[in-house]
Design a protein around this ligand. Structure first.
Ligand code: NDP
Length: 503
């Protein structure tokens, strides 16, 4: 059967490597559950070849002047922008996210980060420092590339994640082996081709294809200097454990169960809009989602009334229709996982189902044409009267499932918001900015917002606290994660300080 997209192979030495596999699998369009392309799993010996290609490219790329690397990466960012809609269509097919979202967020925010890091290194961001110790002695330091690095991506923002990892990696002078999620691999070789077209030399950005075993092979490989990983906490623990054996550098961007706190006196419209963004954007498949919505007891009736009115603004439908803003879940296993959580919320946790639930035949036929009815759709779902001990409140669902919890005092809500092993994001909505900042200061999370939710610009360093991660991506701190420091002390005094002198 002919498929809409060409087969995907490993990409190294500056080109696709059709002989790099002995087995294959298919990537599926989640909106319709139909196959999109055959993906060829990269064999261990081909992964070794990709790593050898990256090692060969490293000396020249790392010694290319930063301004020259910047020029090449800026060109790649310009190509990404010029092909925005075409790439967005690919991401929509692969992830199920509506074109209204992929065409305005996924490629744009990836290209922004590429441009940001290119400009940063081109403008001296890799300079070290000089410290005058005494008149005839000083220390200088340099920031040095690490070597061959691995990037392992999740499926929710495929091309954005690939760019958030490869942009600072390449800008700092490293070379990369990138493994996309087996559920959303289409973007990977397109990005490799764009880098090549922009002038990134062969071997600097390489792609390997496959599932967890391919990722695991990379993390334990002795020639990999760093692993930058985005995914679930449980996988992150395995990856960090494996990388620690080789004392590799790691960045871990993991899951969350973030608190979205509506403070007393918050603007109702703003709070409802924020809670909706924090739960239903990308069909809830966003790591920073504020899925625990805390609301003062007295505001619960008005908040829920306005929320239910605004749920009409969520529009499931043809994912290519510019008016559609709610898509399916990414894959069948994920669809089954989210459905199991909704069932658990109703049957075991006994939370009140305020809105949504499973995609019933009548919901499917009202919102979707026939082709789409076999896709991985669930309804946007709201549970209320939730308590902290419920499984749907404690665990990351990674779907469009909001839990509403009420509170009485600020101390109480801060304590309950922090009562989780995860610490990725948090946010408050309030008209009292003093109180908003006081609460933010007490929240145990690495990414926080006041009166907004979800924006993550290139300048903002983002990373989780507690079990949600190690290190940060983006911003100036994001570049530091891809270099190591060398300090040199120079003494012009003419005498080496020594204790070995004649008595
Ligand atoms: P997974 O942990 O399932 O997978 C992430 C990547 O790791 C995939 O490429 C996967 O391969 C690969 N992998 C699986 N097993 C191993 C292994 N043993 N060694 C090395 N690599 C392995 O995460 P999901 O793809 O399900 O992504 C969703 C998760 O990602 C959520 O928890 C979400 O919160 C988190 N996330 C965090 C972000 C952040 O910035 N903090 C941003 C986005 C998502 P394959 O899929 O092919 O099996």
């Amino acid at each position: 059967m002919s498929l809409p997209y060409s087969p995907r192979f490993a990409y190294y030495d500056g080109k696709p490597q059709s002989s790099s596999s002995t087995s294959s699998f298919q990537t599926i369009d989640p909106a319709t559950s139909t196959p999109l392309a055959n993906i060829h799993t990269t064999t261990p010996s081909a992964i070794d070849s990709a790593i050898a290609s990256a090692q060969k490219a490293f000396p020249a790329w790392s010694s290319t002047p930063a301004i020259e690397r910047a020029r090449i990466l800026q060109k790649a960012a310009a190509i990404l922008r010029s092909r925005n809609d075409e790439l967005a269509v690919v991401e929509t097919h692969d992830t199920g996210k509506p074109f209204s979202e992929t065409s305005t967020v996924d490629i744009v925010t990836g290209a922004d980060v590429l441009e940001y890091f290119a400009n940063l290194v081109g403008g001296g961001g890799l300079n070290g420092e000089t410290i005058q110790l005494r008149p005839n002695a000083w220390v200088y330091s340099t920031k040095n590339a690490l070597g061959v690095c691995a990037g392992i991506g999740a499926w929710n923002y495929p091309i954005q994640i690939a760019l958030w990892k490869s942009a600072p990696c390449l800008a700092a002078g490293n070379t990369m082996i990138y493994k996309p999620s087996e559920f959303t691999p289409l973007h990977s070789t397109l990005l490799a081709e764009i880098y090549s077209e922009a002038g990134v030399p062969p071997g600097v950005f390489n792609v390997v294809q496959g599932g967890g075993e391919v990722g695991a092979y990379l993390t334990q490989h002795p020639s990999i200097a760093k692993v930058s990983f985005t995914g679930q906490v449980s996988t992150g623990q395995k990856v960090a454990g494996s990388a620690s054996g080789g004392l590799k550098y790691v960045t871990m961007e993991l899951g969350g169960k973030s608190a979205c706190i509506i403070l007393p006196g918050a603007d109702l419209e703003q709070a409802v809009d924020g809670a909706m963004m924090a739960n239903f954007f990308s069909t809830g498949q966003v790591c920073t989602n504020g899925t625990r919505v805390f609301i003062p007891e007295s505001l619960k009736p008005s908040f829920e009334k306005r929320l239910l009115e605004k749920m009409e603004y969520l529009r499931a439908g043809d994912v290519m229709d510019p008016a559609t803003n709610f898509g399916p879940l990414v894959s069948k296993p994920h669809f089954q996982k989210v459905q199991a959580y909704i069932k658990h919320g109703v049957e075991t946790d006994k939370a009140t189902l305020l809105y949504g639930g499973f995609a019933t035949p009548s919901w499917l036929s009202t919102h979707l044409n026939k082709d789409y009815q076999s896709g991985y759709w669930v309804q946007p779902t709201i549970f209320t009267d939730c308590t902290d001990d419920m499984k749907i409140v404690q665990e990351e669902i990674f779907g469009p499932v909001m839990s509403i919890l009420t509170y009485k005092t600020i101390d109480e809500v801060v304590r309950r918001a922090n009562d989780t092993k995860l610490g990725l994001a948090a946010g408050v909505f309030s008209n009292d900015l003093n109180q908003a900042h006081q609460v933010i200061a007490r929240l145990e999370a690495g990414i926080t917002w006041v009166n907004t939710w979800g924006e993550s610009p290139a300048e903002m360093s983002v990373g989780g606290w507690k079990m949600s991660g190690v290190g940060v991506e983006n911003g100036k701190k994001g570049l530091e994660a891809w270099v190591r420091n060398k300090s040199t002390l120079v003494d012009m005094g003419g005498e080496v300080p020594t204790v070995f002198c004649k008595l």
